[in-house]
Design a protein around this ligand. Structure first.
Ligand SMILES: Nc1ncnc2c1ncn2[C@@H]1O[C@H](COP(=O)(O)OP(=O)(O)O)[C@@H](O)[C@H]1O
Ligand SMILES: [Mg+2]
Length: 923
């Protein structure tokens, strides 16, 4: 075995008993890594249950494999990226071999490089790149012990990387106590719960030292310990304790162990006790412990007593407790005053360069308030933020607030803690901090800041209704002194109202923004305010397209949209709302590329969603499917509920058109389930639309009528009168196909009025199609020709083909067979090209009914690829290398190659050139 880092060799331990299944699971993982398959296993179980022992087994099984190791420790859990620094130390030479922005992010996180604040998720992407790069020379094992004590930023970066390991020669074994909030225990990684040993194994362990306990004593031992090996060994060492354990209600084993260890420590001499307490306070660094001893006038040689008592292990430069529970026990026997005194001593002997640790110890040493230490903690928080360790920063700001004497300082620091918590992705922690801040100092400035941040959190986490109110209230607070900020907040309120499906709120927010549009605004504020004003009007069914166009022009005129302070999704809103071909697409694609290249993972889901929605309403369906799927996966991972719901619904809608009924239903139902808890009503409407269209496309016209009428009622109830959101054209078509012509005609008439009032070609084209559907036979050609003229002005090929299909069908029914074939052929061709299978079948059967034989074709050549495979194929076909594709998707190059092999097999091709030919990047 080659161990390239970590603590020196652990002492030789006896063979494990009773862990056959666990050992096999680990050996399978190691064997897989040797064959180039990644594997991850999280071992969970209570203290003393044998997790570390199993990690040692993994290290032994990994003979010939490179091993990286790290161990979380309670004393170090607020050290930003302390865990990663331990783990990755031997890989530092490889840092330059990963994508440069990732290397920079990780370098800053580990304080190896300086630079601007990094995206915390970029660090996870970098860890993945670094581990997989390192494994290119030889298989790699990653062993992480006591992950529940790992600093949170490290845990999250590791979790991000672990979730993406697939086809690299890497295995990961993580040991953790069960931790419902732990970054690695809640990451959805494969978990193996390690339970107590069987009675037989307990017996074998108890007899290991040559002892011969009776059968009754063994039964009692198993009852009391639940098969916890540490407890078994402890009781075997001191069988007398068994007599004192109460029968019946068992004490939780770790708690009992803490008591037993504590008793052992308390029995030592005064110096030994102090030395142990110092180790518990200062951590394992022997130099620091020694200096602290001399500061206290204690003989450091008392360490030997602790060693003899079997509580610590002393090595050349460090001293460790034999088990983390011993630390908890030792710390527990000191009084609070004694602990504070020891922290003060440790702070005093730490080198000045270790400012962070000193500040934390000084904080622990303080009773009451202390502004000097509070300021030191603020500096700790700032350094942590600068390295992307936002969770650490949040804790430091919060502790600084607690120590501050002035309420204003406290409130400001709590606000900063809330910002840091949200940047760390922890909205649950951020919101109560905001509440506390405002309770201390509800000044207008603080209120605006707190409300705005709370709005952001709500908007992302599936509470757009709450968000719209928060944004509006924040805007009211700042309208007088900072109109630009107020306009942007109101624009965000409009956007949130859209997702919430609340027209009245959207209009109110838009009016608020409009009132400020005459003021001297930043270009971004002017653009967003104008766009939002148009959006609200359109939602309400009023004219608003001119404003959207004006807003898009203002946005386009901003020299560097990436530098403008706004959510990049705004770049796409104009395109989505106008449904025209235009400049906006390029802007948002640039923003996505930019986010991908910076590994700004958090921005990616929303950008992908907007691009996917655009692709699904033009001719880039394959790309849209892949983009939606990636947006869903990332949004799920990052807890971005709003974009998750809307992307699920959008994908379901696309799948309805593709004829993928089971997938469509599954995604629509998941969207509806999310919306039942989080009122993202627009997603709900889209999901209903998807199910209605699926019924229509697959010939269940009665089902379609029911679903789509229900949706009309839902939309009317929400006051959403935008004809583009309305399923009236589909409903009218379904009614007609059911033979309920009169009802269909009524629906069509009602819709036409709204669509014509809107005046945009997309809406008008659908309305004109309806006219063609119900007009007198003599007017058919003229009506459909008008519709096609309008379709020609939008990039939505599917809608156009639907119009042609209906035109052809009507001509055929009036026995104009030859005339019918022209639009039917054109429709069939487009449906096939898009992969709209059920619609292609409809067009083909109509054509067949005209007497034309239709070549059977597989319209969805790419349909057999999984979304991930499709995304990889598309990115490669655009000319990226494997490494660039890997970086863009936050995957390893080997994983990209793995998927690509499947793509080649499924498409029956063997080269990139063939791939490009097959994919046609324009799609
Ligand atoms: N299956 C086993 N067979 C023999 N000894 C074991 C076994 N599991 C654990 N031990 C021993 O029990 C003690 C506690 O185990 P450890 O791995 O440190 O627990 P954990 O890491 O879960 O807290 C150690 O001394 C270890 O060597
Ligand atoms: Mg352990």
């Amino acid at each position: 075995m080659e161990v390239r880092t970590g603590p020196p060799e652990a002492p030789v331990r006896p063979a494990l008993v009773g862990r056959g299944a666990e050992q096999r699971a680990i050996e399978t993982l190691v064997a897989g890594a040797r064959l180039g398959r990644s594997g991850v296993l999280v071992l969970t179980g209570e203290a003393g249950i044998g997790k570390t022992a199993l990690l040692e087994h993994a290290a032994v099984a990994a003979e010939g494999v490179q091993v990286l190791r790290a161990t979380g420790s309670e004393a170090e859990r607020e050290v930003p990226f302390g865990g990663l620094a331990q783990l990755l130390r031997p890989t530092s030479a490889d840092l330059d071999r990963i994508p440069a922005p990732q290397a920079q992010a990780l370098g800053v996180a580990l304080a190896l490089r300086s630079g601007p604040v990094v995206d915390r998720l970029a660090i996870g992407a970098a860890v993945l790149s670094l581990l997989t790069r390192y494994s290119e020379d030889r298989p790699l094992g990653v062993l992480v012990d006591d992950a529940h004590h790992l600093d949170r930023p490290s845990g999250e970066a590791l979790a991000f990387a672990c979730r993406r390991l697939l086809a690299d020669p890497v295995f990961v074994v993580i040991a953790s106590r069960p931790d419902p909030r732990g970054a690695l225990t809640t990451a959805g990684l494969p978990e193996l719960a390690v339970g107590g040993l069987s009675p037989a194994a307990t017996g074998a362990l108890a007899r290991a030292d040559g002892r011969r306990p009776t059968a009754r004593a063994l039964a009692e031992l198993h009852r009391v310990t639940g098969g916890n090996p540490l407890a078994v060994l402890e009781l075997a060492r001191d069988p007398g304790r068994l007599l004192f354990t109460a029968p019946g209600a068992p004490t939780p084993v770790p708690a009992a162990l803490i008591t037993w260890f504590g008793e052992r420590a308390a029995a030592l001499g005064a110096d030994a006790r102090t030395v142990l307490l110092l180790i518990a306070t200062a951590g394992a660094d022997l130099a620091v412990v020694t200096r602290a001893c001399s500061a206290l006038g204690v003989d450091v040689r008392a360490l030997a007593d602790g060693e003899r008592a079997g509580l610590i292990e002393v090595r050349t430069d460090r001293v460790d407790f034999v088990h983390p529970l011993v630390r908890a026990s030792v710390y527990g026997i000191a009084s609070p005053a004694e602990r504070r005194a020891l922290h003060a001593v440790v702070a005093g002997v730490l080198p000045a360069a270790d400012a962070d640790r000193r500040a934390w110890h000084r904080c622990e040493a303080t009773l009451g308030l202390d502004d000097v230490i509070a300021t030191e903690l603020v500096a700790v928080a700032q350094r942590a933020s600068g390295r992307g360790a936002h969770a650490v920063s949040a804790t430091a700001y919060e502790r600084a607030a607690r120590l501050s004497t002035d309420d204003g300082d406290r409130a400001r620091r709590l606000l900063q803690a809330a910002h840091a918590a949200w940047r760390a992705g922890d909205g649950d922690a951020a919101v109560p901090l905001l509440t506390r801040a405002l309770a201390l100092d509800p000044s207008s400035r603080n209120r605006a800041e707190a409300l705005g941040l709370h709005g952001d959190i709500a908007a992302h986490r599936g509470a757009p209704g709450e968000a719209q109110g928060l944004f509006a209230a924040a805007a009211d607070e700042v309208a007088a002194e900072d109109p630009s900020r107020a306009v942007i907040l109101r624009a965000e309120a409009v956007s949130a109202s859209f997702f919430h499906g609340d027209v009245a709120a959207a209009l109110a927010a838009a009016e608020g923004a409009e009132r400020l549009l005459g003021r001297d605004l930043t270009p971004t504020a002017a653009a967003l305010g104008t766009l939002a004003s148009g959006m609200a009007r359109i939602l309400a069914g009023h004219p608003g397209t001119d404003r959207i166009r004006a807003g898009v022009d203002l946005l386009t005129a901003i020299a560097d949209p990436a530098a403008a302070r706004m959510r990049p999704a705004w770049l796409m809103f104009g395109v989505l709302w106008l449904r025209e071909s235009g400049a906006g697409r390029a802007l948002v694609r640039t923003a996505l590329e930019e986010s991908r290249s910076r590994s700004a993972v958090g921005d990616v889901p929303t950008l992908l969603f907007t691009i996917a929605r655009d692709g699904a309403t033009t001719d880039r369906w394959a790309a849209a499917e892949a983009d939606y799927s990636e947006a869903i996966a990332l949004a799920r991972e990052l807890g971005q509920t709003t974009v998750l719901a809307i992307s699920l619904a959008g994908l379901a809608w696309l799948e309805a058109r593709l004829g993928r009924a089971p997938e469509c239903r599954a995604h629509a139902e998941e969207a509806l389930a999310v919306c039942a808890v989080h009122p993202v009503n627009t997603a709900r409407a889209w999901a209903e639309f998807a199910l209605g269209e699926l019924a229509l496309a697959t010939g269940d016209v009665a089902g379609a009528v029911e679903r789509l009428s229900g949706l009309e009622v839902l939309l009317t109830g929400m006051g959403l009168h935008d004809p583009d959101l309305s399923p009236a054209p589909e409903l009218a078509e379904a009614l007609l196909r059911c033979g309920r012509d009169d009802e269909g005609r009524a629906v069509a008439a009602g819709h036409r009025a709204r669509a014509e009032a809107k005046g945009l070609p997309w809406a008008a084209a659908r309305a004109a199609r309806l006219r063609g559907l119900f007009c007198a036979p003599g007017d058919v050609d003229e009506c459909f020709a008008a519709a096609l003229d309008l379709h020609a002005r939008t990039p939505d090929l599917f809608e156009e083909a639907r119009t042609r299909l209906l035109h052809g069908a009507r001509l055929r029914r009036s026995r104009r067979r030859a005339d019918a074939r022209v639009p039917l052929r054109a429709a069939l061709q487009v449906f096939q090209r898009l992969g709209a299978r059920p619609w292609a079948e409809l067009a083909a059967s109509e054509l067949a009914a005209t007497g034309e034989t239709v070549p059977a074709g597989d319209p969805t050549d790419l349909g057999r690829l999984t979304p991930r495979e499709l995304q990889i194929a598309l990115l490669l076909a655009e000319g990226r290398t494997t490494r660039e594709t890997a970086a863009a998707l936050f995957l390893s190059p080997k994983t990209v190659e793995y998927h690509l092999r499947h793509v080649y097999t499924k498409l029956g091709i063997a080269s990139r050139a063939e791939l490009v030919a097959r994919i046609d990047p324009a799609r």
